[in-house]
Design a protein around this ligand. Structure first.
Ligand code: CMP
Length: 140
């Protein structure tokens, strides 16, 4: 089934100058970029994005990190895009990520883990809507 999912290249990925490599992995992996923008989230915007984690002990540190520099937000489209993106990213903790995945290659810690991807159709819908309006989403 063709799906759309939110992807974020986090501030560590942007600072490492691996935007091109990461997008290349998505494109070679069968995912198409159908919306894209660079954003420097405010602390409040990061808190809104990660609101589901507001009671977690890492919420404050995670939202500090996500608002520490520019990030690239994208919508990726493809057959089974949500799972495919998660496969290409690897496990949340880079130490546990399979060899060949983005987080295994570039992640620093469970928090500074280079990329974010939606985990289910419902979160993909809310997360893509958080950053993109209808006219910013393309078909090609
Ligand atoms: P992400 O896919 O962006 O979704 C939630 C983020 O919270 C996750 O990646 C990690 O960056 C972060 N996270 C999850 N678990 C922990 C943890 N135990 N400690 C610190 N950060 C975490």
């Amino acid at each position: 089934m063709i799906e759309r999912t939110l992807s974020i290249i986090k501030p560590d990925g942007v600072k490492k100058k691996i935007i091109g490599d990461i997008i290349g992995r998505f494109e070679k992996g069968g995912l198409k970029v159908v919306a894209m923008r660079m954003v420097h989230m405010s602390k409040r915007e990061a808190e809104g994005f990660y609101a589901v984690h507001k009671d977690k002990p890492f919420y404050s540190s995670l939202t500090d990190f996500m608002s520490s520099g520019p990030a690239v937000v994208m919508i990726l489209e493809g057959d089974g895009a949500i799972a495919k993106n998660r496969q290409l990213m690897g496990a949340t903790d880079p130490k546990k990520a399979d060899a060949g995945t983005i987080r295994a290659a570039y992640g620093t810690s469970i928090e500074v883990n280079t990329v974010h991807g939606s985990d289910a159709p419902e979160t993909a819908a809310t997360e893509t809507a958080y950053f993109f309006s209808d006219i910013e989403r393309f078909t090609y």
